[in-house]
Design a protein around this ligand. Structure first.
Ligand SMILES: [Fe+2]
Length: 260
């Protein structure tokens, strides 16, 4: 499979967050991505690390350095810029101040919720504020978020309210273990996730920038055509700021509740 994939969640900028430490590893990642058919990579360092380690002017420069090094090495990947934004009550203000970056200057914004434990009480309110300011939140890897994996109907509520969700390729293949895989499969089956991305952090192990395996695994659940769209046309529309057509979610089965 050598499709023109678009990866909207990726930590290839070196030395900024928990991605690669140096340019050599970053270039290895870029090369793996290119070999997998990834044509466009949206660089999404964690906003909290970026704010702590650098200034946003420099983030642009760091993305440029990566672009130049990749071009010198003959790696033909297009790099775009955003941040992966941890949901905090002041996230709308961080966007206004430019310390949390929407996707490639569009209205889409990648939002990360906590991996463990319950969602914070301000979650709904802050997501609504982002929407009221004209942004469309894309929930990063909900299958790896305990609160959403155990209660997918909460994610369904977000989707019904006009948000999108990104599932991680390695979760679908089972590279992160059976629990994450089951959650990913459930969300795929119920139309609760819309884009496949790598969330790549390194040049080896399960967090490499490879999408083809995840697309193949997703195809067994949603069919070849939909799986491919989730890695090509849907993310391409997102990085260009165009509307995306997503299927209506199928009612996610309640897994917990007081009435059964
Ligand atoms: Fe990430």
């Amino acid at each position: 499979m050598n499709a023109p994939f678009v990866d909207i969640h990726n930590h290839t900028i070196p030395g900024v967050d928990d991605g690669p430490k140096g340019m050599d590893d970053a270039l290895k990642m870029a090369s793996i991505a290119a070999d997998d058919g990834i044509e466009t990579v949206l660089l999404t360092p964690h906003n909290r690390d970026v704010a702590a380690l650098t200034r946003h002017g420099r983030l642009d420069e760091q993305a440029d350095r990566l672009r130049q090094a990749a071009a010198t090495d003959g790696i033909s990947v297009r790099f775009l810029l955003a941040t992966e934004n941890y949901l905090e009550p002041d996230l709308p203000q961080q966007v206004e101040q430019g310390t949390a970056l929407p996707i490639n200057g569009t209205s889409y914004i990648l939002v990360e919720l906590p991996y463990m434990g319950m969602l914070a009480l301000y979650t709904d309110d802050t997501l609504s504020q982002l929407q009221l300011s004209g942004l469309i939140p894309i929930i990063a890897h909900p299958e790896r978020c305990e609160a959403l994996a155990s209660r997918p109907e909460v994610l369904e509520g977000f989707v019904q309210r006009g948000m999108l969700a990104q599932v991680t390729s390695a979760s679908i293949t089972g590279a992160f273990g059976r629990d994450f895989q089951r959650a990913a499969e459930h969300m795929l089956r119920h139309g609760l996730v819309h884009v496949i991305a790598t969330d790549a952090h390194m040049a080896r192990g399960p967090r490499v920038p490879v999408m083809s395996d995840g697309v193949r695994a997703a195809a067994k659940i949603v069919g070849d055509e939909r799986a491919l769209e989730m890695a090509t046309t849907v993310p391409a529309a997102i990085v260009e700021g165009r509307p995306v057509d997503v299927p209506e979610p199928k009612q996610a089965k309640r897994r917990f509740g007081p009435f059964r």
